[in-house]
Design a protein around this ligand. Structure first.
Ligand code: GLC
Length: 569
């Protein structure tokens, strides 16, 4: 029976959030075409994908750095957890100035992570286990050691080799000032000056991140042609899709004018410079990449996924990236940036469901990744992190998990300066926004470092694991039925069983302050108490699943999410 709570002041209005799909000119959404061809073609729409930060997942050869054979060895763990697929952070040959987001060869495997043969075996294993495999691709910039950039340095100003990047003469009497006032996301000017082959001080090149990551010039036709080859290279090897790094990047304002607020990106650590990001031309690229994916789908009915890291100011702008003929998904970072506050969560969930589903796509929820402070620390307690995870897994659409969140790992925020590798730290000289703390190698088993991350007697792990990781090993989590691992596992299991989860409608119900509640489809009720005191639960019965103990019927403890099945009317 549903006993509706008596709303305290002021009640949140009940409302359904649903939006009609916007149809392309021919009236058929690509997903409908694919669904007609193969029943699991639309797998991505409500998939839960697990992000593997390869260098911190599992080390197989004892060098203290995770690798592809290590990922293979742990696939059964991921299968048991119940995720639909795996996204691998970059493992391509790279000087590792930004841990692989500085790619020197887009079609290879860095020896540090294994070989192409290891990769092929990984594809095979994923296929056998029924796990999708999504790779990271980095089209906005490459490594300063990429052959194209080396060629550009050796070539003359104005040459075809330089035209693949943004080279420009400096300002000032001797060209000693950068061509414009843009700042790089990771600190410092977005331009670096080169020395010309004859030894003279030379032109400048643009890099929106570090100087080791020169931005490619997507107005040069050679660039899209090359990336098409890269996509096909990996698609031909059997991958299920790509996560696209900096998907709102690629194009810059054609005149590269000064920015009225040059420090904005550096200040916010977000891509907000309106001259450097989110230019309209980028949508053409996503249309062409989608067309490539559709070609592969036409062969076997299996949709290949494009998921964009499209960091743009509003959900409505983000919706532009997932229009029917563009990317399938774009991470919905507004939830990830929301503080632990019911109003904030309500607002961003509402906007996402309204704006994103209007495109015919589904929302792609995410609370953790390799760039963010882990939720256990960010939200202030393990209980809140668990409640947020269970809430996220009940929302309509797809979700991405970041390795270790199922173990309740906290951010490691006391790494000594001398071990910090994040270029943000080295370029800004301060620890604000540094990302090593969420990238510490995973604890798998045992009571001492390396906690099964590396074989016994290996080199120390590339970042030191704290003693507190002993309490968070996968071994302990699997053995303890009250661990976050089991919460995630049960939630993922229920997502497969219950038709109300995954895609479908979300209908808000009235709640007291600090509580969010909604129904999913017909018969599932979800409530989260964001407050610090217990609140009346929207129903009296025992929940089907809850993020923490719910000992008293009709009461939702603080920092808890619960799911209930409603009796059929
Ligand atoms: C993305 C990645 C981040 C990387 C940056 C530059 O934001 O997630 O890790 O540093 O792009 O490639």
């Amino acid at each position: 029976m549903i006993t509706s709570v008596v709303p305290a002041d002021p009640p949140r209005p009940a409302q359904a959030v649903e939006a009609p799909a916007v149809r392309p000119a021919d009236g058929v959404l690509p997903e409908e075409r694919a669904a007609a061809a193969a029943p699991d073609a639309l797998w991505w729409r409500d998939a839960v994908i697990y992000q593997v930060y390869v260098r911190s997942f599992q080390d197989s050869d004892g060098d203290g750095i995770g690798d592809l054979p290590g990922v293979r060895a742990r696939l059964p763990y991921l299968k048991r957890l119940g995720v639909d697929g795996v996204w691998l952070n970059p493992f391509y040959p790279s000087p590792q100035h930004d841990h692989g987001y500085d790619v020197a060869d887009y079609k290879g495997v860095d020896p540090m992570f294994g070989t192409l043969e290891d990769f092929d075996l990984l594809v095979e294993d994923c296929r056998k286990l029924g796990l999708r495999l999504v790779l990271d691709t980095v089209p906005n910039h490459c490594s300063a050691e990429h052959p194209w950039f080396l060629e550009a340095l050796a070539a003359a100003p104005g040459s075809a080799s330089r035209a693949r990047f943004h080279f420009a003469d400096g300002r000032g009497p001797d060209g000693g000032l950068p061509p414009n006032n843009w700042r790089a996301m990771f600190g410092g000017p977005a331009w670096s000056r080169i020395t010309e082959p004859d030894g003279a001080p030379g032109q400048w090149y643009l890099h929106m991140f570090t100087p080791e990551q020169p931005d490619l010039n997507w107005r040069n036709p050679e660039v899209p042609v090359e990336f098409e080859k890269v996509l096909r290279f990996w698609l031909d090897r059997g991958v299920d899709g790509f996560r696209i790094d900096v998907a709102a990047g690629l194009f810059k304002h054609p005149e590269l004018p000064d920015s009225p607020d040059p420090e904005a990106d550096e200040r916010t650590r977000d891509s907000v410079n309106p001259l450097a990001w989110n230019q309209p031309e980028v949508h053409e690229v996503w249309r062409s990449w989608r067309a490539i994916c559709e070609e592969y789908t036409a062969l076997d009915g299996r949709q290949r996924l494009l998921v964009g890291e499209a960091s743009v100011p509003t959900p409505a702008e983000q919706a532009m990236y997932v229009r029917g003929d563009e990317l399938h998904q774009a991470f919905f970072f507004h939830l990830l940036h929301a503080p632990w506050d019911s109003e904030h969560f309500h607002q961003v969930i509402d906007a996402a469901v309204r704006d994103i589903t209007a495109t015919g796509s589904t929302v792609t929820w995410v609370l953790n990744n390799h760039d963010q402070v882990r939720t256990t620390t960010r939200f202030g307690s393990p209980e809140r992190a668990r409640a947020a995870a269970l809430l996220m897994l009940s929302l309509p659409g797809a979700a991405y998990l970041y390795q270790g969140e199922e173990l309740g790992l906290p951010e490691v925020d006391d790494l000594p300066d001398e071990v910090i590798t994040d270029p943000i730290f080295h370029r800004t000289g301060n620890r604000k926004g540094i990302r090593d703390g969420c990238r510490v190698p995973l604890p798998w088993a045992g009571a001492r470092a390396p906690y099964g991350f590396s074989p016994e007697g290996s080199a120390p792990s590339w970042l030191p694991q704290p003693a507190s990781f002993a309490g968070h090993t996968a071994e302990r989590a699997v053995a303890d039925h009250a661990s976050p691992y089991h919460l995630y596992r049960e939630a993922l299991h229920l997502r497969r069983l219950l038709p109300q989860l995954g895609e479908g409608t979300l209908r808000w119900i009235e709640t007291p302050p600090n509580v969010l509640a909604f129904t999913r489809g017909d018969g599932l009720l979800v409530a989260t108490n964001f407050g610090t005191v217990a609140a009346p639960a929207p129903v009296t019965g025992q929940p089907l699943l809850s993020s923490g103990p719910c000992p008293a019927a009709g009461v939702l403890p603080p920092a808890t999410t619960a799911w209930w099945i409603l009796p059929r009317r």
